[in-house]
Design a protein around this ligand. Structure first.
Ligand SMILES: Cc1cc2nc3c(=O)[nH]c(=O)nc-3n(C[C@H](O)[C@H](O)[C@H](O)COP(=O)(O)OP(=O)(O)OC[C@H]3O[C@@H](n4cnc5c(N)ncnc54)[C@H](O)[C@@H]3O)c2cc1C
Length: 459
């Protein structure tokens, strides 16, 4: 048996989704530096969002806004145009398949990693420990990696079903991010989807593409699902400062007013929402903690469905599935999922309105509950280990982990940890909007710069 070996790099990036790949790309493009990316998928750039091979899974942001680089806004459109052999002008408003976006990120990383030599580890990180001036990272494959600096790019934490499946047959529950498992669902089977966000949308699209004939029901607490982008949205501009001093209720009131004004002038409510785009982090950060809590308690779902919209053609497909009765969305609280003696699954819920419990008996359950924001509920060994060591602490409201404005991780005492960085979804509690490419690309470029400066200073 081979003894586990210890290897050393300057910067180890834990998580090789879009964010980790972009940090690696910036590091390697700047100068010679030893970079490792630890990613169980064995490929950097795909992550949960772009590892789908399904053509029906579209980006929810149009191509013109999906460049991976702030200083080259046309980069993705140019890549897509070359891929399809069409003029870039034809593609700016297009919602491209997410798999094409994965290819794009892989391509942009390969352009620099080919020369510099990226150390890609097809495994997970299970623990990180301070070791002298740097860190020792324990990997699931038994090896240990030494690094001067570490970047936590773990992305969205997957959420568990709110209740486990009782009785035999838990294999009948599949995860919405397991794209192959969803695609393998028998088209004749009845399916219940738990959750009604973007992961439910993915599941519906795959079932539809496979000619699903069985009944499909979805359950979510509010019974709300993402709304559609409007083609030809004309974003209103300016005036967002007026919202900054206001609490949750007053902001919502003003937003409704803006939406009504946009519609009165022949526009769409989406125009008013787009006006907020450059200021969403400021809108979150200017709220005191009690207003943030109020937002999380009362308004977050409404915000999500208006803000994280789906491509118009995707919205039309789902509306058609609802109209012809193939798909029904219920509002209620999941009470139990139990396997039945004939090998099916019974899902019980308490409807949001009314006193009588409801249930559906199906063949398959899909967990589309999306992302777990609370770090103390993170699955897998790494985050619990970091919390236990006091190297990280939960972010505001327990969401993600705490970090400085530059993305440096704060320890259990709130002190910046030298050489430990993070970006993306783990910063949601601090920044609120910190998940999609329009935020990630800037974070990745700045973080690479700061991490390199830290490595230089420690030499
Ligand atoms: C279904 C879906 C659709 C989306 N669509 C869009 C879109 O159209 N446009 C947009 O801008 N944004 C979209 N997003 C947001 C998306 O999250 C970001 O664009 C981007 O993919 C986030 O990248 P990330 O690297 O931060 O996270 P992820 O892509 O989640 O990558 C994190 C990686 O970390 C790895 N990892 C986790 N734990 C460990 C560990 N212990 N050790 C090593 N590796 C680990 C995981 O395997 C994963 O690959 C979508 C998100 C989802 C889930």
């Amino acid at each position: 048996m081979t003894e586990p070996t210890a290897d050393a790099v300057d910067i180890a990036i834990l998580g090789g989704g879009a964010a980790g790949a972009l940090v690696a790309r910036h590091l390697l493009a700047r100068r010679e530096v030893r970079v490792a990316v630890v990613e169980p998928r064995g490929v950097a750039g795909l992550g949960a969002a772009y590892s789908t091979a399904r053509p029906e899974h579209l980006l929810n942001v149009n191509a013109a806004r999906m460049s991976a680089f702030d200083d080259r806004p046309d980069d993705f459109v140019d890549f897509l145009a070359a891929l399809r052999g069409v003029a870039p002008a034809e593609l700016t408003g297009v919602f491209a398949p997410r798999r094409d976006y994965g290819r794009y990120l892989e391509d942009r990383l390969a352009a620099v990693a080919g020369q510099a030599g990226l150390d890609l580890r097809a495994t997970a990180a299970v623990d990180v420990q301070a070791d002298g001036p740097g860190y020792s990272i324990r990997l699931a494959d038994g090896r240990t990696l030494a690094a001067t600096a570490v970047v936590l790019a773990l992305g969205n934490l997957p959420a568990a079903l709110p209740t486990p499946v009782r009785g035999p047959g838990p294999e009948a529950a599949v995860d919405a991010w397991d794209y192959d498992a969803v695609a393998a669902i028998d088209p004749a089977h009845d399916v219940a989807i738990v959750g009604a966000g973007l992961s439910m949308v993915d599941t519906l699209l795959t079932l539809q593409a496979n000619g699903h004939r069985g009944r499909i029901v979805a359950l979510s607490r509010h019974g709300l699902m993402p709304l559609s982008h409007a083609p030809g949205t004309q974003p209103q501009t300016g005036g967002v400062e007026a919202l900054l001093p206001l609490g949750v209720r007053a902001r919502m009131h003003l937003l409704r007013q803006w939406a009504a004004e946009a519609q009165a002038q022949g526009g769409r409510w989406q125009d008013a929402l787009e006006r907020l785009r450059p200021q969403v982090q400021a809108l979150w950060q200017t709220w005191p903690a009690h207003e943030q809590r109020r937002f999380l308690r009362h308004a977050v779902r409404l915000w999500d469905i208006h803000r994280h919209r789906i491509a118009p053609e995707v919205g039309a497909t789902i509306a058609a599935m609802q109209a012809d009765g193939r798909f029904r969305l219920h509002a209620g609280r999941l009470e139990a999922i139990t396997s039945t003696p004939d090998g099916r699954l019974r899902m019980d819920w308490r409807p949001r309105r009314g006193n009588t419990d409801a249930h559906a008996v199906v063949d398959r359950i899909v967990n589309a509950t999306g992302t777990e924001k609370r770090v103390d509920r993170a699955r897998g060994p790494l985050l619990p280990a970091l919390l236990a060591r006091g190297l990280v602490r939960p972010g505001p409201h327990g969401i993600g982990i705490d970090s400085s404005p530059a993305g440096q991780v704060l320890d259990a005492d709130g002190q910046p940890v030298a050489g430990l960085w993070t970006l993306g979804a783990l910063r949601t509690g601090t920044l609120w909007e910190s998940v999609a490419m329009p935020e990630l690309r800037g974070q990745a470029a700045r973080l690479a710069e700061a991490a390199l400066a830290g490595v230089d200073a420690s030499r």
